[in-house]
Design a protein around this ligand. Structure first.
Ligand SMILES: Cc1ncc(COP(=O)(O)O)c(C=O)c1O
Length: 426
């Protein structure tokens, strides 16, 4: 990027930004929750919209001068509804955690029972982890995965009937298979619970029609905007039905979800929306509506499957035996390597992944048995099947020679050369 003003005024920060851009450009970003946004998204983020306060919603603000940011927010909301088939979109959550906090605040009282996937089986900490707000303010019951790595829907049904949760959360952060939204909704209906589908990880795949859409099935849907959806950091809450005025207090029924959500964001848990972020989300949503985005989403999955097949052919054990999304969860138990060791060796070789627990992991979360990786960012750069085969070779070589610095350096050099053919947009 051309940071002329920043370079003059604050060379320290300008230099660090350049260094990070260079790190991303010359290495393979394979953390599955990350992506590379377009130059247009970055321009919207770095705009004057960040200066504006606009607590409230379009047409109902607590501040003057909001005519233009109203139009920005309306565009973002309309595009979100169109893309995902929702009636209502709240685009103000500052990120994924606050989006989930808002849903809990909207639908629950402290002490109510919630059910989500265990973090260490691939869930997210906001889905009821004991040390998170969701496991502290609520009575958290957690479901897990079967021995084969698939989510144990039967156990979930049993737990739901036993504990009668008020809210069931579907979705997760380290699950490689498609989420069966309708099954969760069925169980939620059986026990009279609300169903929150957190599609943060797969939103871009949903937008590109290569993963089922939870909107219209689940009572309420949250998503971050910066993962497969390829937008700026941020989040949205989507639902069916239309809000009455968010200033009006309404009972907690499924029909009132849009109003309850709007009230939960403000005055419930947030103040002013981040208008620069809202504009950048709108830009990303427009990009996701283009036919090329469908090709992108399809390629993300093709790439993940190719990488999975290549690694399995080299003796790597994938949780669930493969993937049908953007994500691979690899159990390194049979390789006599820990997740932390693999993360370090791959990092040294220019391949950024993260250590991760695998379901029923005998090791501790700080030093787990697995690594998690994904293809959203490298697919954005234009990499395809041939590069996935090459990357699988690099991964295998780096893990096999994790103590051999010369080999790791050589791989890093080759990775950088490969990345040179697929530069970031800016
Ligand atoms: C499923 C899921 N929900 C919520 C979040 C939280 O998002 P954020 O980090 O933007 O708060 C994440 C982030 O990793 C996630 O994977």
């Amino acid at each position: 990027m051309n940071n002329i003003l920043l370079k003059n005024q604050d060379p320290d920060i300008a230099n660090l930004i350049d260094k990070e851009a260079n790190r991303q450009n010359t290495g393979l970003e394979m953390i599955p929750s990350e992506n590379h946004t377009s130059g247009a998204v970055l321009e919207a983020l770095g705009s004057r919209l960040t200066d504006k306060y606009s607590e409230g919603y379009p047409g109902m603000r607590y501040y003057g001068g909001c005519d233009i940011v109203d139009q920005v927010e309306n565009l973002a909301r309309d595009r979100a509804c169109k893309l995902f088939g929702a009636d209502h979109a709240n685009v103000q959550p500052h990120s994924g955690c606050p989006a989930n906090i808002a849903v809990y605040f909207a639908l629950l009282d402290p002490g109510d029972t919630i059910m989500g996937l265990k973090l260490f089986h691939g869930g997210h900490m906001t889905h009821g982890l004991k040390v998170n707000f969701s496991g502290t303010f609520f009575n958290s019951v957690q479901y897990g995965c079967r021995a084969d790595g698939y989510i144990d829907i039967d156990e979930m049904r049993k737990l739901a009937h036993e504990h009668k949760p008020k809210l069931i959360v579907s979705g997760g952060s380290a699950y490689a298979r498609q989420y069966e939204w309708a099954k969760y909704q069925e169980i939620a209906d059986e026990v009279g619970a609300f169903h929150l589908a957190d599609m943060s990880h797969v939103a871009g795949l949903v937008a590109g029609s290569v993963h089922p859409n939870p909107v219209g099935i689940a009572d309420v849907v949250t998503t971050t905007t910066h993962k497969t959806l390829r937008g700026p950091r941020g989040a949205m809450i989507l639902s069916k039905g239309n809000p009455s005025t968010p200033l009006k207090k309404v009972p907690r029924t499924k029909e009132n979800i849009p109003t309850l959500i709007d009230r939960a964001i403000i005055p419930g848990i947030q103040g002013g929306p981040h208008n620069h972020q809202t504009a950048a989300i709108a830009v990303a949503l427009k990009e996701a509506m283009q036919p090329e985005f469908k090709d992108y989403a399809k390629q993300v999955v093709v790439n993940a499957k190719t990488l999975a097949d290549e690694l399995m052919s080299k003796g790597y054990e994938l949780v669930t035996g493969g993937t049908d999304t953007h994500l691979l969860l690899i159990n390194l138990g049979n390789k006599q390597v820990t997740g932390a060791q693999a993360e370090k060796a791959l990092g040294r070789a220019g391949i950024t992944v993260n250590k991760n627990t695998v379901p029923h992991d005998p090791r501790k979360p700080f030093d787990p048995s697995g690594i998690r990786m994904g293809t959203p960012a490298i697919t954005t750069r234009g990499m395809k099947k041939a590069e996935m085969k090459q990357i699988a070779d690099y991964i295998n070589e780096a893990i096999t020679h994790m103590d051999d610095e010369a080999t790791l350096d050589r791989i890093h050099g080759e990775v950088t050369e490969m990345c040179g053919a697929f530069p970031l947009a800016i």
